[in-house]
Design a protein around this ligand. Structure first.
Ligand code: FES
Length: 105
């Protein structure tokens, strides 16, 4: 499953992950330094915050209540914000575009 990490004004970084892996795990495995993931995917840090590109919002679906609550701790969350440790890859999400935040704190 291909994941495309984008950041304003910089080259896209293209990474691959196995189905079932989280976007956060793919980011860590590929040295995407913008994702800190301090809690290791336990849904308790919000430093894995990302934005999902508009065209992928529908396929990705909505965050859980727990994720939604934790997103309030993220920096400048918006309606496209997600915690990348909660975004699990599947074939359906092949080519998903993830927009990295400027900062996690
Ligand atoms: Fe901590 Fe996602 S890694 S909430």
């Amino acid at each position: 499953v291909t994941v495309i990490f984008k950041k304003d004004g910089k080259d896209d970084r293209v990474a691959k992950g196995e189905p079932g892996a989280s976007v956060m795990e793919v980011a860590l495995a590929n040295d995407i330094g913008e994702i800190l993931a301090d809690c290791g995917g336990a849904l308790s840090c919000a430093t894995c915050h990302v934005h999902v590109s508009a065209s992928w919002m529908e396929k990705v679906g909505k965050p859980s209540e727990e994720e939604d609550a934790m997103l309030e701790m993220a920096v400048d969350p918006d309606e496209r914000s997600r915690l990348s440790c909660q975004l699990k890859l599947s074939q359906e999400l092949d080519g998903i575009e993830i927009i990295l935040p400027e900062s996690q704190f």
